[in-house]
Design a protein. Structure first.
Length: 226
């Protein structure tokens, strides 16, 4: 999916500048990896950006930043963004300029389809172990999600990264033996859940801090390719 986001360059920095922008309905942002090989400081509309982030393609949406000084037709991906921990308003965003003819690595969600035979016939339950994987592809070929049909899975059977169907547009680079989803017995699933609940109860409370959401892209590899 492609989207367009209006942006304007900014000169000011610091908390005062950030507060001034937010009172005007904008937030500070930075674009990395431009042709000039330096960070470009911009301001964008957080409401429009939130709509993009909440779309089906989410952080993997190719965004055209109009007015940000990018080359004609230049696209960016969201590198990371910061949310207020109380009301979840966008506070800041970082973008990464991409070259449409160069491969990059992104994290893509996995979506499971169907009800396994191991659930209907054998009383098992679905254990969705890993809900996303890393793939390598061109920016224009980033999949919104990867569908997995689990309807034929029996008890104790699963699907790993190596079992995914081949696709000419993208290549999985996560560990081939990484389990994505399998059908397990109720007891095998309940024990880890109980341990997690105990650990959560024992953990001390912490003060709310701004939440930084990082995109699952290998930025260092991308910078080297540029």
């Amino acid at each position: 999916m492609d989207a367009t986001l209006q942006a304007e360059k900014r000169d000011g920095r610091g908390k005062n500048e950030a507060r001034r922008l937010r009172t005007q309905g904008r937030i500070p942002a930075v674009v990395y990896g431009t042709e000039k090989n330096k960070a470009t400081e911009i301001a964008v509309d957080p409401k429009v950006l939130l709509r993009i982030l909440h779309s089906e393609s989410g952080v993997n949406t190719l965004i055209g930043l109009e007015g940000a000084g990018l080359a004609a037709g230049g696209k960016v991906l969201v590198k990371e963004y910061q949310l207020d921990p109380i009301d979840h308003r966008l506070l800041h965003a970082d973008f990464f300029a991409v070259a449409m003819d160069k491969m990059l690595t992104v994290t893509v969600p996995v979506v499971i389809k169907g009800e396994p035979k191991g659930v209907k016939q054998q009383g098992g339950i679905v254990d969705f172990v890993n809900r996303q994987i890393e793939v390598e592809c061109l920016p224009a070929d980033i999949p919104e999600h990867i569908d997995i049909d689990i309807s034929e899975l029996m008890l104790h059977q699963g699907i790993r990264v190596r079992d995914l169907p081949q696709d000419a547009k993208w290549k999985p680079i996560s560990e081939p033996e990484m389990m994505l989803v399998h059908v397990v017995t109720v007891k095998a699933e309940a024990e880890p859940a109980a341990e997690g609940a105990t650990a959560a109860a024992a953990a001390p409370g912490t003060a709310a801090e701004p939440e930084v959401i990082k995109k699952g892209k290998k930025e260092e590899d991308e910078e080297k390719k540029k």
